[in-house]
Unconditional design. Structure first.
Length: 177
């Protein structure tokens, strides 16, 4: 195993563990119709770290949702939502044009809201509007506010340069936005 592969596997493991522990440790607010998954604040880091973050957050959701009690639909649906949302955000973020990070984060919020809100509506037998609005409100707080702050701190030029020099990320903002 070369150093790049070892680094990527390590990052996947770290991101997965951080996400799973964050969800499970805050279970009372992580598993309900109106959920604020504080661990979702990590999702915008997929813009910086790419595949290791995408796979880590998807695996973390898979593990964490075992503790939610909603079964296989939640386990697979939550990990699929994180996989799609973080992948799309990463692809948008690669464009590196002014505001692309914001569009990427909004796309994460919308994709998680639509996917998770829809299957929660089905599983809990509640109106779709309630399922969607519950997840949307929580995502706005966790991913929109907390995740944006975390992303901006991590992508500051000095932080990004240090991460890049260690081979941890290739993202560097071209435009201050």
């Amino acid at each position: 195993m070369n150093i790049k592969t070892a680094r990527s596997v390590s990052l996947v493991s770290i991101f997965g563990a951080l996400y799973a522990v964050g969800v499970v440790a805050l279970a009372p607010i992580s598993f309900s119709v109106f959920q604020v998954r504080i661990a979702d604040a990590l999702l915008p880091l997929s813009i910086l770290f790419g595949w290791p973050a995408i796979l880590g957050f998807s695996t973390g959701a898979f593990v964490a949702n075992f503790f939610g009690g909603l079964g296989v639909v939640d386990i697979l649906g939550g990990s699929a939502a994180n996989l799609l949302a973080t992948y799309v955000a990463w692809k948008i973020g690669q464009r590196r044009v002014m505001g692309s990070w914001l569009v990427a984060i909004v796309s994460e919020i919308l994709l998680v809201t639509i996917i998770v809100g829809s299957y929660l509506s089905y599983l809990l037998q509640i109106p779709l509007e309630i399922g969607l609005s519950g997840v949307l409100l929580g995502s706005l707080v966790s991913t929109g506010i907390l995740g944006s702050v975390l992303f901006l701190v991590m992508s500051r030029s000095t932080m990004a340069e240090q991460l890049e020099s260690r081979g941890l990320t290739t993202y560097r903002r071209k435009n201050k936005s």
